[in-house]
Each structure stands twice: as structure tokens, then as C-alpha cells.
Design a protein around this ligand. Structure first.
Ligand SMILES: O=P(O)(O)OC[C@H]1O[C@H](OP(=O)(O)OP(=O)(O)O)[C@H](O)[C@@H]1O
Ligand SMILES: Nc1nc2[nH]cnc2c(=O)[nH]1
Length: 117
């Protein structure tokens, strides 16, 4: 699946949009969600409910990055690569308004960059 709630900003809109839905039936299947980052938890809280409504037998989450200080909805994450401070990060696939995804490292976006927008 592909979902989005950040769009062009650095805070979640709180509304999750499905950009690409599941293309197979997950009823009775064990599902692992592979995330790049868990921030507020709003995306995953929505997604876990969605996958449950599709009758997954079980759902586990693995994420590269997690921000413990940013959590609004606690999510059970089975595997975490790194817990990081509450700053907006880019690179290694993570974008800011479709920029910086290609950076070969994870970096902190300076507040003056998003203040300019
Ligand atoms: O825990 P949360 O606060 O919900 O944030 C985590 C979500 O944010 C990112 O997606 P994003 O909505 O940024 O996707 P996009 O860059 O395609 O808009 C990331 O891939 C997670 O799914
Ligand atoms: N690029 C990026 N996307 C996010 N989505 C939720 N948190 C973040 C973050 O820190 N950086």
C-alpha cells in the first residue's frame, strides 16, 4: 500500500489518504507493515484499523526510525531500527515536499528551510 498524510508539510494533516490500495486479499493472512518512520503514530493507527477491517489474521510493524517524544497514538512496533529525537528528518527515502529523498544519509531538516515555504 502507499498512504500519505504529510503532503507538503512537516506535521501530519491527521487525514490519511490511500495513494495505492492493497492489490491482494489479506483475509486470514499474517501481515508485516514495513515503515520508514513512526512519528505521531496517526498513520499507523489508521492503517492498523484498516488492515483489521480487511480481516488480516495478525499485523506486526517494523520501522527504521521512531520518535518516542512525538507520539500521539501509541503503536505497538515489534522491531525498531533507531529511536531518534523529535526533529524532522530527511534522506534515505524520507522527503520534505518530495525533496531530499535521495540523500544517502538521514539528516535533520533545518527549521529555516521549512520556514521559508
Ligand atoms: O506517525 P506519523 O506522524 O503518522 O508519521 C509517519 C508517516 O509519515 C510518513 O509518511 P508521509 O505521510 O510523510 O508520506 P508522504 O511523504 O508520501 O506524504 C511515513 O512514511 C509514515 O507513514
Ligand atoms: N521526511 C519525513 N517524513 C516524516 N513523516 C513523519 N515524520 C517525518 C519526518 O521526520 N521526516
Amino acid at each position: 500500500m502507499a498512504v500519505s498524510s504529510y503532503g507538503q508539510g512537516t506535521t501530519s494533516s491527521g487525514t490519511v489518504r490511500i495513494l495505492k490500495d492493497l492489490d491482494r486479499d489479506i483475509a486470514g493472512r499474517h501481515v508485516i507493515v514495513v515503515e520508514d518512520i513512526v512519528d505521531s503514530g496517526l498513520t499507523l493507527s489508521w492503517l492498523l484499523r484498516y488492515l483489521a477491517s480487511r480481516k488480516a489474521a495478525s499485523v506486526e510493524v517494523v520501522t527504521l526510525l521512531r520518535k518516542p517524544e512525538a507520539v500521539k497514538v501509541p503503536i505497538p512496533v515489534k522491531y525498531v531500527g533507531f529511536d531518534i529525537p523529535n526533529e524532522f528528518v530527511v534522506g534515505y527515502g524520507l522527503d520534505f515536499s518530495e525533496r531530499y529523498r535521495e540523500l544517502p544519509y538521514v539528516g535533520v531538516l533545518k527549521p529555516e528551510v521549512y520556514a521559508r515555504r
